[in-house]
Structure formats: structure tokens, C-alpha cells
Design a binder for this molecule. Structure first.
Ligand code: NAP
Length: 345
């Protein structure tokens, strides 16, 4: 396992991060703990969770992923584990989170962190991320900015001031963004510098062979501003393993929760997956291994988030991180990408 500093923070994170959003839904507490133990044994020191997990989000289960991480975390040496969690942005259909998160204002952010710390059974989180922006912008598979959707929202400076209070109180060490765009990242950075507020260390966005949108505008921003990408859904919700090509009814998130994977119900996803799977096999590796290794090899990636519903899956994903993506393979990947550019943006 390799370790690197996350953006401008002092966090030395492993090159893989364990995603936990299946804990409490597809995975029991015991299974979650087994995954955490296996990840730590492999050298992973970085865990990602969120107040709204597990997914698909439901009133009955929200917070359970943090609870499961918490019952494990209390038995660990706290300073050996880097814990990232997130405060949910506004969402009308999640009325059960703080009465329906309406704003990323001080009241909501401070209530959210206190809930997360309690469930995680810890005094602080290492990285606190805004799960998605409050302002109007395209997200979770939307591709167009729509000015007619503009609405009042908490100024970014006020969001940063709320985060600064958490840092000052020792509840949060560093802050990060998620599902953000270049304008948002630059605003957060500039306002932080102008007003001596926390500088974001990372951005957690979707990035995979099916979605390389990050490479357009955000890669430049992150390079010039020392912000690290924490790529999520690197297997396209499981599509890039190729299992749904082999058997469209294979048990997994896509067949268990058909309404959840809409981002991947787009033209060309299956055609792209078919080509990537064939390419991987022609290079003597599984489709999963190629998909993980590709993401991990990108220069802008701080730590690659791997998610699994079994120890076998987790071991395959961890093993893939050792694979070298040769220039020849990268060229072949880019050829497929040129034919099927970002089918699941
Ligand atoms: N910030 C955000 O908005 C956001 C959004 C999504 C995720 N995330 C973070 O990123 C983490 C990972 O996201 P994700 O779960 O969407 O990632 P993903 O890598 O696209 O999908 C992971 C899923 O694929 C299947 N899988 C994984 N490895 C496999 C293997 N070797 N063989 C066959 N199937 C395999 C498993 O589901 P099945 O067994 O059900 O097929 C697993 O749960 C989450 O836990 C969370 O921490 C963040």
C-alpha cells in the first residue's frame, strides 16, 4: 500500500479508501466490521462514510453506516484511522435527516456533525465533506446547468465560517467538497484565502471509465490549487465488473435496487462496458481489475474509494491496485473512451 498527503492537508492517506455506504443495507454490522478489518490488514487507513448512508437512503436506516463504523472505531487506536464523513446538502425527499436538510448553514452543519460524532463514537472526524452543494448546479448524473432553477442559498463564505467553527472546536481536522464543479471549488478556495477560513483539501466526485468528466475543468483546478480527488463509483455501481454482461439478472445493487442506478441507464453504457471488459480480458486481467487500476493510476487521484459487498470483492479490488497500467493499455482505453465518451456522466 502506498501513502500520500491529501491535498494541502497533513493527512497521510492510503492510496485506497474504504467506502462504507453498503453497511446497514446490503451488509450487516458483522460484515461491515469484517471489511474494515480486512482493509486495515491490507494497509488501508482511510474510511469514507456519510450521515445519510446506507443507500438507497431510507428513514429506517439512515445513520446506520456511521453507527457500524462507530462500533468498530471504538476498538481501534483512533489516531491510526483517518475517518471522512459528510453533511448532506438540501434534499426535499429526505425529510428524516434533520427535518429535511434545507441549507448548509451553521445550524444544520453543527447539528449534523454532532450526530455524526455520536454515531461514530469519536470526538473528531479527520475530513468533513459537504456531500453535495446547496446551490443550483447539475449533479448525480444531470448534465446541464439550468439558470431557471436558481434559488436563495447560504453564501459559500457562511458555509466556510460554519466549518471553521467546527475546526476551532476540534470536531473536524480538515474539510472537503463532494459532487462539486470548478466554479464551486474556486469559490471555496478564494473565500478561504481572503477570510482565513478552512482551505478544502479534497473533492469527492464520481470518476470511472464511464465518467471522466473530471478531466475537463476540475483536473486543472485541482492541479493548480493542490486539491486531491477522492473518486467514487469507480466500478459504475458494479457495471464495470462485467457481471451484468455475463448475466443481466446477476444479484447486485443494479438488480436489487433498479431505481437507484439511473445514472447508468444511459445509451452506450453497456456498449462501453462490453469493450472495456473485452480489453481487460485481452490483457489478462478481470474487468474489475482494469477499472480499479485505471482510476488509481491517474495523477489527480488522492485516494481511490473502493466499495464492496463481500470480502472476496474487496480482496479483488485491493489486489487490482497493484496492477500497472501500461502506456499501451492506456492508449487502448483512450480509444474506447473516444468512441464512448462519458456514457454515464
Ligand atoms: N460522495 C458521493 O456522492 C458518493 C456517491 C457514491 C459513493 N460514494 C462513496 O464511494 C464508495 C463506493 O461507491 P460505489 O459503491 O458506488 O462504488 P462502485 O465501485 O462503483 O460500486 C461498488 C459495488 O460494486 C460491486 N462490486 C464491487 N467490487 C466488486 C467485484 N470485485 N466483483 C463484483 N462486484 C463488485 C458491489 O455491489 P454489488 O455486490 O451490490 O454488485 C459494490 O458495492 C461509497 O461507499 C461511498 O463511500 C460517494
Amino acid at each position: 500500500m502506498q501513502y500520500r498527503r491529501l491535498g494541502s492537508s497533513d493527512l497521510e492517506v492510503s492510496s485506497l479508501c474504504l467506502g462504507t455506504m453498503t453497511f446497514g443495507q446490503q451488509n450487516t454490522e458483522a460484515e461491515g466490521h469484517a471489511q474494515l478489518d480486512a482493509a486495515m490488514a491490507a494497509g488501508i487507513n482511510f474510511i469514507d462514510v456519510a450521515e445519510m448512508y446506507p443507500v438507497p437512503t431510507r428513514a429506517e436506516t439512515t445513520g446506520d453506516s456511521e453507527r457500524i463504523v462507530g462500533t468498530w472505531l471504538r476498538h481501534q487506536a483512533r489516531d491510526k484511522v483517518i475517518v471522512a464523513t459528510k453533511v448532506a446538502g438540501p434534499a426535499r425527499r429526505m425529510g428524516w435527516i434533520r427535518g429535511g436538510p434545507k441549507a448548509l448553514d451553521e445550524r444544520n452543519i453543527s447539528k449534523a456533525i454532532d450526530g455524526s460524532l455520536k454515531r461514530l463514537q469519536t470526538d473528531y472526524v479527520d475530513l468533513y465533506q459537504l456531500h453535495w452543494p446547496e446551490r443550483n448546479q447539475p449533479m448525480f448524473g444531470q448534465t446541464f446547468f439550468d439558470p431557471t432553477e436558481e434559488r436563495e442559498c447560504t453564501p459559500i463564505r457562511a458555509q466556510l465560517e460554519a466549518l471553521a467553527k467546527l475546526v476551532k472546536a476540534g470536531k473536524v481536522r480538515y474539510v472537503g467538497l463532494s459532487n462539486e464543479h470548478p466554479w464551486g471549488v474556486m469559490q471555496f478556495l478564494q473565500l478561504a484565502r481572503e477570510h482565513d477560513l478552512p482551505v478544502v483539501a479534497s473533492i469527492q466526485n464520481a470518476y470511472s471509465l464511464l465518467n471522466r468528466v473530471f478531466e475537463y475543468g476540475l483536473a486543472e483546478v485541482c492541479y493548480r490549487e493542490n486539491v486531491a480527488l477522492l473518486p467514487y463509483s469507480i466500478l459504475g455501481f458494479g457495471h464495470l465488473t462485467g457481471k451484468y454482461l455475463d448475466d443481466p439478472a446477476a444479484e447486485g445493487r443494479i438488480t436489487l435496487f433498479p431505481n437507484f442506478g439511473q445514472r447508468y441507464n444511459k445509451p452506450n453504457v453497456l456498449a462501453a462496458v462490453t469493450e472495456y471488459a473485452a480489453l481487460a480480458r485481452a490483457h489478462g486481467m478481470t474487468p474489475t481489475a482494469m477499472a480499479v487500476a485505471f482510476v488509481k493510476s491517474r495523477w489527480f487521484v488522492g485516494s481511490t474509494i473502493v466499495g464492496a459487498t463481500s470480502i472476496e470483492q474487496l480482496q479483488e479490488n485491493i489486489g487490482a491496485a497493484d496492477i500497472t497500467v501500461t502506456d499501451e493499455l492506456l492508449g487502448a482505453i483512450d480509444t474506447v473512451h473516444a468512441r464512448y465518451t462519458n456514457p454515464a456522466p
